[in-house]
Design a protein around this ligand. Structure first.
Ligand code: PLP
Length: 424
């Protein structure tokens, strides 16, 4: 019973049915929020012990450093060791810093604009034009950051196995204005796709016209598995060296969705040359990161296995939410052929594509009955989804009951907008 096969009478009945369901929703006075990928309070409780760590009297790092004092620009070695294991990056090439990886991405870009990388002919800001390849749909804050710096965005398709590598290779091959690219390699925001080692190898080996082309490898969801199929982080630094471009990739990660969002530890990994470059600018911005915070994380985790165990407890809380999303969408929408959505094996999001030309209408309808959704188009550069069909669902924060109610309301809005469009 695909909506496209319904005659006008059947469409009319569908429309009035969904209008009634929609008026019922309005009467319920919902206030539900599916906008941002925040951990739920129950997830934050998993790291509650942090609030009492490292504890009075516990302030010395493994090498005897007094973490209460200045210094140690690279971050605590024992924390870098834990993430070296999890991210597949040698300890000397991995820095532990403040609480936000987005800040590290921002700083890297600002330093590239002001100073350029070691291989840059001139600072990026002195170029006539700087452009970035942006797999779409992607992370809205990546795009907003580029926009704030005047860096133009060139979209390419994000597939299940990563970005369309052939399209990227063709773009960067002879356009020196393309200086970089975003990529969330494992459990992409918002598709949940995982970049395959083959695609990663191609991106690391492809010739680039810009001598300082950089791939911003944002591994925000590296250990955020939703099933027992735990995708291992790709050793992208080795792939970069093997591809003949050891300085091509800069890696970011954080514990924002492992411990406390906004009060965790962010990580920066890259080649020895890029680490030296990063530190040469960082040293003017900081005398050293918050080592007390890093120490309490070390005490909480113990080792890499401690992080994996904690993430399994996150999974136990998160996986049922992703199941609800899929269940409601399947039971309400599958028969009508009005939407497709992802079933991610990790990360924080479900990518929902509705009937072309109706995403903004769906978001507006949902808002009017008290269900807040990320603005339509947010996952595209400049907020412009050329097909107006994409909606990002963030199921982590609401309770199971609220999530089910919100998804049911969303499904009604998707059907209503689709019926309206078919009859227009
Ligand atoms: N990168 C991606 C892909 C994200 O989805 C998010 C948060 O949603 C971040 C980075 C933010 O990371 P942080 O909290 O470390 O700044």
């Amino acid at each position: 019973m695909s909506i496209s096969t319904l005659d006008r009478d059947a469409l009319g009945s569908l429309l009035s049915e969904q209008r009634t369901a929609y008026e019922d929703l309005r009467a319920r006075g919902l206030t539900l929020d599916l906008t941002r990928g925040k951990p739920s309070p129950e997830q934050l409780d998993l790291s509650q012990a942090l609030l009492a760590l490292p504890g009075e009297g516990d302030f010395r790092a493994a090498d005897g450093t007094d973490t209460r004092n200045y210094g140690g620009l690279e971050g605590l070695v024992e924390l870098r060791e834990i993430f070296s294991d999890l991210l597949g990056i040698p300890v000397p090439q991995l820095l532990a810093q403040g609480s936000s990886s987005l800040t590290l991405m921002h700083d890297t870009l600002v330093w590239a604009m002001l100073h350029g990388f070691a291989s840059s002919p001139r600072p990026w800001a002195a170029e006539e034009k700087v452009r970035f390849v942006c797999p779409v749909p992607g992370y809205d804050r990546h795009f907003a950051l580029l926009e704030s710096l005047g860096i133009e965005m060139v979209p390419v398709a994000m597939n299940e196995d990563g970005p369309d590598a052939e399209a990227v290779a063709a773009l960067v091959a002879d356009d020196p204005t393309i200086k970089g690219m975003w990529l969330v390699p494992a459990y992409a925001n918002p598709t949940g796709g995982v970049t395959s080692p083959e695609v990663a190898a191609r991106l690391m080996a492809m010739p680039a016209a810009a001598p300082d082309f950089r791939l911003f490898w944002d591994n925000a969801y590296a250990v955020h598995h939703l099933t027992t199929d735990e995708t291992k982080s790709t050793d992208v630094l080795s792939l970069a060296s093997a591809g003949g471009h050891p300085d091509r990739v800069v890696v970011f990660a954080s514990t924002s969705k492992i411990t406390f969002a906004g009060a965790g530890v962010a990580l920066f990994g890259s080649s020895p040359a890029n680490i030296a470059w990063f530190k040469s600018h960082l040293k003017f911005a900081s005398i050293g990161p918050d080592k007390v915070n890093q120490l309490r994380h070390v005490r909480l985790f113990g080792d890499a296995e401690g992080v994996r165990a904690l993430m399994r407890r996150h999974r136990d809380l998160l996986a049922p939410k992703f199941t609800i999303v899929d269940e409601v969408l399947t039971s309400r929408l599958a028969a009508y052929d009005v939407a497709t959505w992802t079933r991610p094996l990790g990360g924080y999001f479900v990518n929902l594509d509705v009937v072309d030309g109706t995403a903004a209408r769906v978001v507006e309808l949902a808002k009017a009955v008290g269900v807040a959704l990320t603005p339509a188009g947010a996952s595209f550069p400049y907020g412009a989804d050329p097909r107006d069909r994409n909606i990002r669902i963030a199921p982590s924060f609401p309770s199971l009951d609220d999530l089910r109610a919100a998804m049911d309301a969303l499904a009604t809005c998707v059907l209503l907008a689709a019926a309206e469009k078919s009859l227009a």
